[in-house]
Design a protein around this ligand. Sequence first.
Ligand code: NI
Length: 170
Amino acid sequence: MAILGILEYPDPQLRLSANPVTEFDVSMTRLVDDMIETLHASKAIGLSATQVNDQRQILVMDLSENAEAPEVYINPEIIKKAAWGIVEESCLSVPDIVGNVFRATKLQVRAQDQAGNLFERELSGMHAVCLQHEMDHLAGKLFIDKLSIFRRLSIRARAHKKAREKKAAA
Ligand code: NI
């Protein structure tokens, strides 16, 4: 297993839409294992393949206390959403930014596991919010896209400045 590099905004790769997984092969199970290891190493609750620069519809989450219950969703599709509310989000790909987003806090998702088996699950609270956040990544969207135009412009300016400084230092 390996810890993967995580892309950061404004990297244009974060804007790509992921493709459905059709091959449940060794390359895919290795990616899933590496994503889980990367998720745990980052102490985050969710990670999408898009963030590790792979365009397959795969996301992993772990909302347990001790990183002991990783969940894998391949080709996820939300079939029901309910109980909308404002929730606070952050993202490994947009460091140091926290923002309020309007999300469903209850949902039903259909996805496949590593073996390709279809399953359906009901999620609520942070679980539901995290899944929507990671599914947005798979569609090339970031949570900051949902913030006010003023907030977005200031985050964008800051990220571009940081990227320029990184480039200059390299
Ligand atoms: Ni994120």
